[in-house]
Design a binder for this molecule. Structure first.
Ligand code: NAD
Length: 485
């Protein structure tokens, strides 16, 4: 039986507004259209920005604690609907339901609670500097209407990581989630209505990047853009926004390395890198896609890692025993498969996964966008699979001999998001961590994320940092007041 297709509305000035033009949104696990998403353009963005602008004076004049109370109500309601949101996130994105239940939705709740609890304290910190005859102090003021643009891999998780600090700092918001994963953002708007969130403070405009996204980025009344997505789009946004002097935070792609030394705890390293390479179908910007293994343990590492990768189940996202669900779209699956062809053309060996092992799927998932975890060896560091972001369940493994060699090789990419280092020698761990050109280094762990720590990338992976203090800095402008006495 065909499920009823969900039709989404834009959320502007506290009201659900239908859009005449609609886009198809697919359930990646079946290949069927399951939602229709507004194909918004200039007019809808204009209306949303105008609503956010009208709501700004009142929202920004509330105390931080009053704003926090609103966010905490939203967080509580979201938490009480964890199951419903997790199922929707899975159906929209393709990830296993258990992952959405344990990671995406709890983290969205935490984002709201964390910034609701920390920003009032930070905003109220006094910063007074007396000098001879004068007293200086600074204010942190909201910027106005914040434009938030988010990707499809961690939809509600990344949206709320922007939304919560932007609102807590006193800004109003126009958000544009990915056209491929808009459903949980829409459900979130319904929660805002239920808790009587002040109208116009949060506006959600759904649609494509080059139309709805571009209209938001170029809008003169939006002084700040927080973007997470690909490096290609980030570069374009930077080019468009720079002449308008907009404040920008760009969180972009990665080509993240793991450096595995002979003296590491091999079992633990393999367990974590299995997640690090294949969780969320490898569709996490922080996923590991190049593993450098020190020569003496290379063969042993490869054999064990291939064994665990082959054991990972791929299939229906609602099956609790499945580790990988479906990739986001047909075209993305095709793109990832193209990289496997490149690997073969470039002289690599596909040890397991795509093209080697068969993906056995239930009947209802036969048209879904599934792929087995894939491991490639024998590639040159400058080959396409070692240089370009694939953003799927694909990782390349290569041996190395010395510390100095591996630092140069790990840094040999235009990206610089994160890396992990595996060794029992703490001195080596720190020394390597200092030399890797990335925003975050994990030693003997991966994806242990504290919201307090600055998050972001270097080189083509990003510009700016977000996290407790960094978000406060980004979503406010500081003003100095000097009084003579
Ligand atoms: P994308 O760049 O295609 O799209 C991201 C968002 O930007 C979407 O909402 C899209 O509609 C919008 N967009 C596209 N063109 C636009 C334009 N011209 N103007 C304004 N908005 C526009 O990225 P994606 O495919 O959705 O996401 C995958 C990418 O995101 C990967 O490269 C991944 O590494 C990256 N990512 C980075 C982080 C991080 O924190 N660094 C986190 C998650 C994902």
């Amino acid at each position: 039986m065909m499920e009823e297709v969900l039709v989404l509305n834009n959320f502007i000035a506290g009201t659900m507004l239908p859009c005449k033009r609609l886009l198809d949104s697919y359930d990646p696990s079946t290949g069927q259209v399951w939602a229709k998403v507004p194909d918004s353009g200039q007019l809808e963005v204009e209306a949303a920005v105008a609503a956010a602008k009208r709501a700004f004076p009142k929202w920004s004049s509330l105390s931080a604690q009053e704003r926090a109370n609103y966010l905490l109500k939203v967080a509580d309601l979201l938490e009480s609907r964890l199951e419903e949101f997790a199922v929707a996130e899975s159906q929209d994105q393709g990830k296993p339901v258990w992952l959405a239940k344990n990671m995406d939705i709890p983290r969205a709740v935490l984002n709201l609670k964390h910034f609701a609890h920390t920003i009032p304290h930070q905003l109220n910190k006094s910063n007074v500097q007396p000098e001879a005859g004068v007293v200086n102090y600074t204010l942190r003021e909201p910027m106005g209407v914040a434009g938030l643009i988010s990707p499809w891999n961690l939809p509600l998780y990344l949206l709320t990581f922007k939304l919560a600090p932007a609102l807590m700092c006193g800004n109003t918001v126009v958000a544009k989630p990915s056209e491929m994963t808009s459903v949980t953002a829409y459900m979130f708007c319904k929660i805002l209505q239920e808790v009587d969130f002040p109208a116009g403070v949060v506006n959600m405009v759904f649609g494509l990047g080059p139309t709805a996204g571009e209209a938001l980025v170029t809008h003169p009344d939006v002084p700040l853009i927080s973007f997470t997505g690909s490096t290609v789009t980030g570069r374009h946004i930077a080019q468009v926004a720079a002449p308008m002097f907009k404040k920008l935070s760009l969180e972009m792609g990665g080509k993240n390395a793991a450096v595995v030394f002979s003296d590491c705890d091999l079992q633990r390293c393999i367990d974590v890198l299995k997640r690090g390479s294949f969780i969320n179908q490898g569709e996490v910007c922080l996923c590991t896609s190049r593993i450098f293994v020190q020569r003496p343990i290379y063969e042993e590492f490869l054999e064990k890692f291939v064994e665990v990768a082959k054991d990972l189940r791929v299939g229906n996202p609602s099956d609790e025993t499945v580790f990988l669900g479906a990739l986001i779209s047909k075209s993305h699956l095709e793109k990832v498969r193209t990289y496997i062809n490149y690997a073969v053309e470039d002289g690599g060996t596909v040890v397991c996964g795509e093209g080697v092992d068969i993906c056995i799927l239930p009947e209802e998932n036969k048209n879904g966008y599934f792929m087995r975890p894939t491991i490639i060896t024998g590639l040159d560091d400058n080959s396409r699979c070692m240089q370009e972001e694939i953003f799927g369940p694909v990782t390349c493994i290569t041996p190395f001999e010395t510390e100095e060699e591996v630092i140069n090789r790990a840094n040999n990419t235009t990206y610089g998001l994160c890396a992990s280092v595996w060794t029992s020698n703490l001195g080596v761990a720190h020394s390597i961590a200092h030399k890797l050109k990335v925003g975050t280094v994990w030693t003997n762990c991966w994806l242990v994320r504290s919201i307090d720590m600055p998050f972001g990338g270097v080189k083509s992976s990003g510009m700016g940092r977000e996290g407790t203090e960094d978000s406060l800095e980004f979503y406010t402008e500081s003003k100095t007041i000097c009084t003579k006495f």
